[in-house]
Design a protein around this ligand. Structure first.
Ligand SMILES: Cc1cc2nc3c(=O)[nH]c(=O)nc-3n(C[C@H](O)[C@H](O)[C@H](O)COP(=O)(O)OP(=O)(O)OC[C@H]3O[C@@H](n4cnc5c(N)ncnc54)[C@H](O)[C@@H]3O)c2cc1C
Length: 513
């Protein structure tokens, strides 16, 4: 049975006869998948609900300010370079990546500051200042982080994990690496000072994981950052999105914005195209979904009886936290404020319990403050600063009514920032916009408004995560944060890399009439 389509059109009209791949969603995972499919000889159409590509990396422009909505920390530039190489080009010709030092500044509630960087001497000096007896443990932690990286990232990141055998093969390595331990426990086995434990364990929060429950595999981030640095894209992360779109168009592909897919069409269990809210349908030889994995299965396959990703399983799964984001511009510059600052509140473990387990909006918060104009003043009018501040909050299972809570919450954050780091903030703001968990659900179509898809815990990793080759429908593939290996730019770019392993070149694909 062919899906319920009203009109079957092939849009945009192309004379070329290459097999057609439709990619649903233009997040980094979708764009990277499109480039890889283009390089394999497919004609690619990316279908995006929003009016511009990028997904979480959407760009807001208002009152002369440019705000990257989401990712700003670029940690694995080689994954982007690979995409440019696939098109016979060089990343550096289109995008300028600027290494940052420090990577980020952590400010503790007592005012103590720790600057994370790849400067080994500066790191040792700060560790000594916090806790001299932890130097040795810190060095051992770095070696352990490298060992995890070499296996988990280099050997497993782009393994498809669509068979139990893939999973069984890695169990010995995971036991050796003590992956059954949480990030926090792993770090605590090396250093004793509570603040240093925070410095070395907070990274999973960058990809939606709770350091107290996430597998210690995520300690690989420490090595990844030290080895390749932390970069900022001059002009903002949006420049990377623009660059990828140009690569796709250069391959003869196209991006259809303001077009929402409401159904993946199937015939005898094989994906054959997509239907849009407009009623139009696009035929496809393969379909790649970069939409949220839970939503792909729950909403986009109404005619399919799902064997693995049933509604019950999706409902019982655990989802990452959500975020409250406030983007604002100031009429002055705050020269002392670093590009990336993490402002830690009085509580660490208990605050994370409020967010991930109790799912309540706490009175206190820990914030991440982004000041891109520290590196690229062109993102704001002269003598002004662009900022965003991000507060991890529970996803929508909390029942918090953000239409009521958003403005009071924003005001509390404004007050805290004014007291701690941005004096007189209230009278310096010239432009402002917020994004709440409700927007993650309604705008980005993320299940429960989770900001990073499925929570990255061991029992939801690798084979246990939605596979990149759908378990439910043939010729349907999944990329992005809710699939293997997971959230974050390195994760979603790696999910697209898996497609190289599991998809045939276009000329070898058997055409289904
Ligand atoms: C505020 C924030 C800051 C972050 N900072 C960093 C960082 O500094 N570094 C880092 O590495 N990672 C960071 N991350 C994580 C990273 O941004 C994400 O994991 C990654 O961008 C997600 O990419 P994705 O491929 O899953 O697609 P998404 O960005 O989730 O995009 C999916 C796209 O699909 C579209 N879509 C969904 N359903 C449909 C449909 N039915 N039809 C058509 N289109 C549809 C959506 O509109 C969206 O555009 C951050 C995330 C957030 C939210």
């Amino acid at each position: 049975m062919l899906g319920r389509s009203s009109r079957m059109v092939a849009r945009p009209s192309h004379a070329d006869d290459r097999p057609h791949a439709v990619v649903i969603g233009s997040g980094f995972g979708g764009l990277a998948a499109a480039v890889r499919l283009g390089a394999k000889g497919y004609r690619v159409t990316v279908v995006e609900k929003l009016d511009a590509p990028g997904g979480r990396a959407y760009v807001y422009r208002q009152d002369g300010f440019t705000f990257d909505a989401g990712p700003t920390i670029i940690t694995a530039p080689f994954l982007f370079e690979e995409l440019w190489r696939q098109c016979g080009r060089r990343l550096a010709d289109d995008v300028t990546l600027k290494p940052l030092s420090p990577f980020y500044r952590l400010r503790f509630d007592d005012g103590a500051v720790f600057d994370c960087s790849d400067d080994a001497a500066a790191m040792r000096e700060q560790i000594t200042r916090f806790s001299p007896q932890d130097i040795d443990g810190y060095e051992r932690f770095l070696k352990a982080s490298e060992a995890i990286f070499k296996i988990a990232f280099e050997q497993l990141g782009d393994v498809p994990f669509d068979s139990w055998r893939d999973m069984a093969r890695i169990v010995p390595a995971m036991l050796r690496l003590r992956s059954y331990r949480t990030v926090y426990d792993f770090v605590a086995s090396f250093v004793h000072d509570e603040r240093l434990r925070v410095v070395l364990s907070f990274h999973p929060l960058l990809i939606g994981g709770n350091p107290f429950t996430t597998t210690s595999i995520y300690c690989l981030i420490a090595f990844l950052e030290r080895r390749w640095g932390v970069h900022f894209v001059m002009g903002g992360t949006g420049k990377l999105v623009e660059g990828l779109v140009r690569l796709i168009e250069g391959q003869g592909g196209s991006i259809l914005c303001s077009s929402e897919v409401i159904e993946i069409l199937t015939h005898c269990g094989i994906a054959t195209g997509v239907r849009l809210t407009s009623g139009e349908s696009l035929r496809a030889d393969i379909v790649v979904s970069n939409a949220d994995s839970a939503m792909t299965y729950r909403k986009l396959l109404p005619g399919i009886t799902r064997k693995r990703w049933t509604d019950r399983r999706i409902e019982r799964a655990r989802y990452s936290m959500s975020l409250f984001l406030w983007y604002f511009g100031t009429r002055r510059r705050y020269e002392d404020v670093a590009h990336h600052t993490i402002l830690l509140g009085p509580r660490y473990h208990e605050l994370l319990k409020d967010i991930f387990e109790r799912k309540v909006l706490a009175e206190d918060f820990s914030l991440y403050l982004h000041r891109p104009t520290a590196t690229d003043p062109s993102l704001a009018p002269p003598d002004c600063d662009a900022f965003y501040v991000l507060s991890p909050v529970p996803h929508l299972e909390s029942g918090i009514d953000w239409s009521v809570q958003a403005e009071p919450y924003r005001r509390r954050i404004e007050q805290a920032l004014g007291e701690i780091i941005l004096p007189n903030l209230g009278s310096e703001i010239v432009t402002s916009r917020i994004l709440t968990p409700q927007d993650f659900q309604d705008r980005l179509l993320s299940y429960r408004g989770a900001a990073f898809g499925l929570e990255p815990i061991l029992t939801q990793s690798a084979w246990f995560r939605p596979h990149n080759r759908s378990e439910e429908v043939e010729r349907l593939f999944l990329v992005g944060a809710g699939t293997h290996p997971g959230a974050g730019l390195p994760g979603v770019l790696s999910s697209a890399r898996v497609l190289d392993e599991i998809l045939p070149d276009a000329q070898s694909l058997e055409r289904i009439a």
